[in-house]
Design a protein around this ligand. Structure first.
Ligand SMILES: Nc1ncnc2c1ncn2[C@@H]1O[C@H](COP(=O)(O)OP(=O)(O)OP(=O)(O)O)[C@@H](O)[C@H]1O
Ligand SMILES: Nc1ccn([C@@H]2O[C@H](COP(=O)(O)O)[C@@H](O)[C@H]2O)c(=O)n1
Ligand SMILES: [Mg+2]
Length: 207
């Protein structure tokens, strides 16, 4: 698997299967992380949250730490090069070949760079659709000590989602890859809908 994730095909590995990737997208607080935890338990995927990887990078004392911290505080999107390197490393270290990539790609730059570097196309894109009002309520009640769970940053994150992330969802929708979920319902009900998609993902859903 290593050779494919690196974006290079080593001699003798031409028949090697590319990893299965599902992108998990949706606005801040739509429940991506919550549902990914359920999917991992039922369907054997490895969950990679781009946001979690970036937060771990800050904690590790990396030279990019201050830049990442400032971007997260402002709700801005970290340059793709940084995030993709973290994702590639986590994929290689996981030993799995099925990944839920949560919160990525967040903009067109993320999307194009990931495709160019890894040559991986997502199997499908899970899109958690939720109202801003509900997402705001959830984020303000999350209580996980996240620096970006304050009303000023939340508003910035909503704007970035509308302006930069929704076009990525539209890109995949045009390719018939988006599986849209009503994420405004209680956690268990959302997961019932998620299960249907993972059990039979041949259904085509549109935004
Ligand atoms: N369906 C739901 N109904 C009510 N609360 C929910 C639901 N799903 C998640 N939550 C709660 O909302 C908060 C945000 O959920 P979660 O962290 O999964 O969202 P997220 O999409 O990963 O957000 P972010 O993009 O900020 O990482 C958490 O406190 C979680 O427990
Ligand atoms: N592809 C990404 C994903 C996230 N970020 C930054 O992290 C913040 C938190 O992300 P969550 O998915 O945990 O909500 C996000 O607001 C961005 O600042 C990023 O830059 N690129
Ligand atoms: Mg999350």
């Amino acid at each position: 698997m290593g050779s494919v994730i690196d974006g290079a095909i080593e001699e003798g590995s031409l028949t090697e299967k590319k990893p299965t990737v599902v992108f998990v997208l949706g606005g801040p607080g739509s429940g991506k992380g919550t549902q990914c935890a359920n999917i991992v338990q039922h369907f054997g995927f490895t969950h990679l949250s781009a946001g979690d990887l970036l937060r771990a990078e800050i904690k590790s004392g990396s030279e990019n730490g201050t830049m990442i911290q400032n971007m997260i505080k402002e709700g801005k999107i970290v340059p793709s090069e940084v995030t993709i390197k973290l994702l590639q490393k986590a994929m290689q270290e996981s030993g799995n070949d099925k990944f839920l990539i949560d919160g990525f790609p967040r903009n067109e730059e993320n999307r194009a760079a990931f495709e160019a570097v890894t040559k991986i196309e997502p199997k499908f894109v899970l899109f958690f659709d939720c109202s801003e009002e509900e997402m705001e309520r959830r984020l303000l009640n999350r209580n996980q000590g996240r620096e970006d769970d304050n009303i000023e940053t939340i508003r910035k994150r909503f704007k970035v989602f509308l302006e930069s992330s929704l076009p990525v969802i539209e890109h995949y929708n045009a390719k018939g890859k988006v599986r849209k979920i009503d994420a405004g319902k209680p956690v268990e009900e959302v997961f019932e809908d998620v299960k249907i998609i993972f059990t039979s993902n041949s259904e085509k859903a549109t935004v």
